[in-house]
Design a protein around this ligand. Structure first.
Ligand SMILES: Nc1nc2c(ncn2[C@@H]2O[C@H](COP(=O)(O)OP(=O)(O)O)[C@@H](O)[C@H]2O)c(=O)[nH]1
Ligand SMILES: [Mg+2]
Length: 216
């Protein structure tokens, strides 16, 4: 399925629940270690380079960043509205304990309490087995009853012959079925259609909202 992105715009930054965008538009959040490739994945899905800030320096994003998209699941379908939320990464050592605790509660409050949050993309680096912080995040999300889609990114860094085994390692560590993790590369564009397919299925299962001004 080739999803067509009709429009995408930055909505707002938030550091507290009162700043979460209002409305009932379904939302997808991107979670993962600092520097794993969250912002790059969001840009690849939105097909807009530079939308979310990609940084070579880990630990840059310190607030929640909301984006609003409209997309057509098929060329003839009506546009659907969807929001993306880019989250600060976890596992970044170079911040004070207090600062890390504040980020932690900001992220956890959002992931636990956000009504419109339909799916969470948990992003791991396919080159390494998931780290303890990834397992913690997966446990937290499952415990919160969230629909989790695991994406294994930077697959372009592995030879084709090594990719299958690396994916299996990720899936086994997280207790997933074979084929559950989506192989992804923001560089090659691998996995954007597969991930969009999963996100659309989840968002539309409970009725995606029609975007403002959406027509035939
Ligand atoms: N080779 C490769 N590099 C990537 C990929 N995704 C992200 N990167 C690089 O990883 C670094 C961190 O990316 P970013 O999206 O800012 O990560 P974030 O901190 O999780 O948002 C940047 O230097 C990106 O160019 C990918 O799929 N393949
Ligand atoms: Mg980022």
């Amino acid at each position: 399925m080739a999803i067509q992105v009709v429009s995408v715009e930055f909505l707002r930054t938030s550091t507290r629940p009162s700043e979460w965008p209002p409305g009932r538009t379904p939302e997808v959040a991107f979670v993962g270690r600092s520097n794993v490739g969250k912002s790059s994945m969001l840009n690849a899905l939105a097909r807009k380079r530079g939308l979310a800030r990609v940084s070579a320096t880990p630990g840059r994003t310190r607030a929640l960043q909301f984006f609003e998209l409209r997309y057509r699941p098929t060329p003839a379908a009506r546009p659907r509205a969807l929001r993306f939320c880019d989250l600060p990464g976890y596992g970044y050592a170079k911040v004070s304990k207090d600062e890390r605790a504040a980020w932690g509660s900001m992220i956890e409050d959002y992931l636990r309490d956000r009504d419109t949050l339909r799916a969470v993309v948990l992003i791991v680096d396919v080159r390494h087995p998931p780290m303890e912080s990834d397992l913690d995040a997966h446990g937290f999300l499952s415990g919160a009853g969230r629909e989790v889609v695991v994406a294994a990114t930077k697959i372009d860094k592995l030879s084709r012959s090594a990719r299958g085994a690396a994916l299996r390692t990720v899936e086994q560590a997280l207790g997933l079925e074979r084929g559950a993790a989506v192989p992804f590369s923001a560089v090659e564009g691998t996995g954007t259609d597969a991930l969009w397919g999963r996100l659309h299925a989840i968002a539309s299962a409970r009725g995606a909202e029609e975007g403002p001004g959406a027509g035939g």
